[in-house]
Design a protein around this ligand. Structure first.
Ligand SMILES: *[C@@H]1O[C@H](CO)[C@@H](O)[C@H](O)[C@H]1NC(C)=O
Ligand SMILES: *[C@@H]1O[C@H](CO)[C@@H](O)[C@H](O)[C@H]1NC(C)=O
Ligand SMILES: *[C@@H]1O[C@H](CO)[C@@H](O)[C@H](O)[C@H]1NC(C)=O
Ligand SMILES: *[C@@H]1O[C@H](CO)[C@@H](O)[C@H](O)[C@H]1NC(C)=O
Ligand SMILES: *[C@@H]1O[C@H](CO)[C@@H](O)[C@H](O)[C@H]1NC(C)=O
Ligand SMILES: *[C@@H]1O[C@H](CO)[C@@H](O)[C@H](O)[C@H]1NC(C)=O
Ligand SMILES: *[C@@H]1O[C@H](CO)[C@@H](O)[C@H](O)[C@H]1NC(C)=O
Ligand SMILES: *[C@@H]1O[C@H](CO)[C@@H](O)[C@H](O)[C@H]1NC(C)=O
Ligand SMILES: *[C@@H]1O[C@H](CO)[C@@H](O)[C@H](O)[C@H]1NC(C)=O
Ligand SMILES: *[C@@H]1O[C@H](CO)[C@@H](O)[C@H](O)[C@H]1NC(C)=O
Ligand SMILES: *[C@@H]1O[C@H](CO)[C@@H](O)[C@H](O)[C@H]1NC(C)=O
Ligand SMILES: *[C@@H]1O[C@H](CO)[C@@H](O)[C@H](O)[C@H]1NC(C)=O
Length: 678
């Protein structure tokens, strides 16, 4: 046998299960969860630590409070038991906070405004549980308040976990995908991204925490928001929303990052589909798709980019599931929507953006590079889907538009002196979003532009992440998740890894203001948890699926598992391990398991990968610096042995985007690629 490693690690169909190290999975193993530690006691609370240790009694006397820490972000309904209550007017209240910054005995962190505590009148002994509309979608800290002169004896304070409502109570951690590398930071980040998306997967009848859309009110005599989540935002039994705490609404832009990261980890695509359905059902006669789902859609806003992101969502859903019936149901809406965007292409041959709505950034208008790059990208997806549908009626018009948009973008918006694209013709601002989308969409006309954008963007990094200068002093993990993809596409895996390490691990997990489990929506370049898009810092969500970009980037690019056609019928393995000595990942589609493991081996390396029988694809590896032999052999496909001599080249001679060796026409099966330097 050429490799016992393949036998033990790769060939077993249970590779996924065997390789997942459950200790990284943050999803709870049961829906009833108890606090992990006691953080503070205010006033007179006897035996407060019992609430953590054995879920036993604690006695609140007079004005008093405790703060409990779940050790990670959680979501759900509070329940507790009153063992004794001395007075007919006793109350127990709860406040919630994702960040330690907003722990308070007065208010919860904000959804729309200042959120009131959740109060219970507890004159009777017995069990109490919050009504289902008062599930709180994201909190790490739970404070218990007692505001009267008597005393209340409580026990069994717990939270019934409400995220992932469609999954069996003990199956929330049964991921079908996995990731592991020599770098613990990356491992933690990958699993935190997966868990972030789980907190954003909710019961669609418990949507919308922005109650002003449904006529919500303030608590009489206060400026506090009476909050609840009970709008029906989608059909089905689960839906993917933007954030756990808020908005609990379907936002198509967010899905561009969340959906691929869901696919590589939990593969929970039914929730994605329910959310896509809820967006497409709101399509207007003109073809326009909503900026966001119900009830935000009541505002009647349009976004040129979010409109296109719904189409990207449909493409991704089809890519990951291969459901052609579903695609065919939405094919006419797709064409209509894309043609609607193209109707805004003017004499400049670029789309003129006439609505400023986007991911939160300022200055979205005119011949904007981000919007035009996303349009260019979506046309490319449309052409691929047209091929799947066997409907070429729009293809040649789309192709002409694509050629024209690309040429115009490069003539009008490429700033050669800066080595970056300008936001539009009338500005010197070089946005992060438009430049990362320029690489992802391949609107660039040559590889020096790609190399330049990757280099220039990385040279702007602050110690907490890339500045999204198109939104004041913001660091956007959403746009930075796209930036990771851009660095990989530019052949710069080291940059992507560095960014994941210092931004997602050191800051977004390890900073004490974070939840150490889910990823924050946005913050500021000076490291303060302030987001220029909002006036209230406590409003920022700490579980936002759009911040889970490393999870898919690591599986697709570091481990190199690439799908070219639906479900990976055609695949492209493109490992970019960067400085990692070992990295492995796997995921499943309806065709079977895709997995790969890279390891540095002597002066060369070994990359073993497995793809399902009946599929086909290619392998692309970086041309090495050394001369050597690259062997590619299959352990289970007859006589496959593609051994070749490779000529290395010294670093100094490398082109702007490193050359790669591509080996095509490989059949699905178990492969072992080994580079041996001579
Ligand atoms: C799982 O990962 C943890 C943390 O790295 C490690 O301590 C433990 O040994 C691992 N367990 C297995 C079975 O690999
Ligand atoms: C407990 O007291 C501290 C110090 O006054 C305060 O910052 C904190 O908000 C209080 N916590 C609660 C839950 O009342
Ligand atoms: C305690 O809080 C409840 C609920 O807000 C309120 O009705 C009650 O008046 C408060 N009691 C005191 C003494 O503040
Ligand atoms: C019950 O609560 C009321 C209002 O706070 C207070 O005046 C009264 O003294 C309390 N009674 C006892 C037995 O604590
Ligand atoms: C949602 O819950 C709030 C607070 O309990 C309630 O006032 C409202 O009627 C509920 N709305 C729906 C649609 O159930
Ligand atoms: C649920 O499906 C029905 C029937 O297609 C549709 O009328 C309704 O708008 C959908 N609800 C949501 C919230 O999308
Ligand atoms: C594919 O989509 C069709 C049409 O929407 C649906 O009926 C079917 O259940 C889907 N198949 C799978 C496997 O999800
Ligand atoms: C875009 O269209 C608007 C509305 O028609 C127009 O006012 C504006 O000048 C156009 N922008 C550009 C850059 O052509
Ligand atoms: C061009 O971009 C700048 C920077 O984002 C923005 O302030 C300005 O409004 C944009 N101009 C037009 C015409 O869209
Ligand atoms: C990207 O654009 C370049 C230059 O126009 C072209 O040569 C290349 O084939 C494109 N790459 C892909 C993947 O389409
Ligand atoms: C963060 O969580 C990890 C487990 O995911 C744990 O090992 C680490 O101790 C936690 N850090 C802090 C500061 O709590
Ligand atoms: C593949 O071919 C090379 C060169 O012909 C040979 O040295 C090597 O032993 C072969 N490997 C296998 C596993 O057959």
């Amino acid at each position: 046998m050429f490799s016992c490693l393949l036998q033990t690690i790769l060939i077993s169909p249970s590779l996924g299960a065997a390789t997942v190290n459950a200790s990284y999975i943050l999803a709870p193993s049961s829906r009833d969860i108890y606090p992990a530690s006691l953080r503070t006691v205010n006033g007179s609370v006897s035996n407060a630590s019992n609430l953590v240790l054995d879920h036993g009694h604690a006695t609140f006397l007079g004005n008093s409070a405790v703060t409990l820490d779940f050790g990670k972000n959680v979501a759900g309904l509070v329940s507790f038991e009153v063992f004794s209550s001395t007075n007919s007017t006793e109350y127990i209240g709860f406040t919630f906070s994702e960040s330690s910054l907003w722990i308070s005995g007065e208010i919860s962190d904000a959804t729309t405004g200042t959120d009131a505590p959740l109060w219970f009148a507890v004159s009777e002994v017995g069990a109490y549980t919050a009504a289902s509309e008062f599930s709180r979608g994201g909190f790490r800290y739970l404070s218990i308040l007692h505001n009267t002169t008597g005393s209340v004896q409580l026990r069994d304070v717990s939270v019934h976990f409400t995220a992932m409502p469609h999954i069996g109570d003990s199956a929330m951690g049964d991921y079908s995908g996995y990731f592991h590398s020599v770098d613990e930071k990356l491992n933690r980040v990958w699993y935190a991204g997966a868990y972030t998306n789980q907190l954003c997967t909710i019961d669609p009848t418990r949507g919308n925490s922005i109650i002003r859309f449904t006529g919500g009110s303030t608590l009489p005599g206060t400026n506090m928001n009476i909050w609840y989540n009970n709008d029906t935002i989608a059909n089905g039994t689960s839906a993917l929303v933007d954030g756990g705490k808020r908005d609990r609404i379907i936002w198509p832009g967010d899905m561009a990052i969340a959906v691929p990261s869901i696919f590589v980890s939990t593969n929970d695509l039914i929730s994605v589909r329910n959310s896509l359905d809820a967006l497409f059902i709101l399509q207007e006669e003109t073809g326009a798709l909503p900026y966001a789902g119900y009830p935000f859609s009541k505002l009647g806003l349009f976004s040129f980019t979010y409109h296109l992101y719904t189409l990207v969502g449909l493409y991704n859903y089809h890519l990951f599931t291969g459901n052609e019936t579903y695609l065919s149901e939405l094919w006419n809406p797709f064409k209509k929507a894309l043609d609607f965007s193209l109707s805004y292409v003017d004499d400049s041959r670029l789309m003129n953006v006439t609505d400023t709505n986007d991911w939160g950034r300022f200055g979205m208008s005119g011949h904007n590079i981000e919007a035009n790059a996303i349009l260019y990208y979506t046309i490319g997806l449309g052409i691929q889907l047209a091929d799947v549908m066997g409907d070429s009626s729009a293809t040649s018009s789309w192709q002409q538009h694509a050629v024209a948009i690309k040429e115009a973008a490069n003539t009008r918006l490429w700033d050669a002196a800066a080595g970056l694209y300008r936001d539009n013709e009338t500005t010197t601002l070089h946005p992060q979003d438009g430049n990362v989308w320029a690489i992802i969409s391949n609107i660039t006309s040559n590889s020096s532009q790609i190399a330049s954008i990757s280099r220039k963007l990385s040279s702007r990094w602050t110690s907490v992440g890339p500045p999204a200068i198109e939104l004041a002093d913001t660091v956007s993990p959403f746009i930075s998740g796209l930036e990771l993809q851009a660095h990989y596409l530019a052949g710069q895996p080291e940059r992507a890894l560095e960014l994941i390490r210092f931004m997602w691990a050191d800051f977004m997990l390890d900073d004490p203001r974070m939840t150490n489990s889910t990823f924050i929506e946005a913050y500021a370049t000076d490291g303060s948890l302030h987001y220029a898009a909002y006036t209230d810092d406590s409003r920022i969500s700490h579980a936002h699926g759009w911040s889970s970009g490393p999870t898919s980037a690591l599986s697709f690019h570091a481990a190199g598992l690439g799908l070219v056609s639906a479900q990976g019928k055609i695949w492209a393995m493109t490992p970019q391990p960067g400085d990692l000595e070992t990295v492995e990942a796997g995921f499943e589609t309806g065709l079977g398991l895709f997995s790969a493991r890279f390891k540095v081996d002597g002066s060369g390396w070994q990359y073993i990968f497995q793809t399902p029988k009946g599929t086909s694809g290619s392998l692309s590896v970086e041309r090495p610096e050394c001369d050597g032999v690259l062997s590619l052999v299959s352990s289970d496909i007859g006589s496959e042995n593609r051994t070749m001599i490779v000529e290395g080249y010294p670093l100094a001679e490398q082109p702007p985007v490193k050359e790669r060796i591509v080996i095509t026409e490989l059949q699905g099966g178990d492969w072992d690629a080994t580079l041996t330097c001579s």
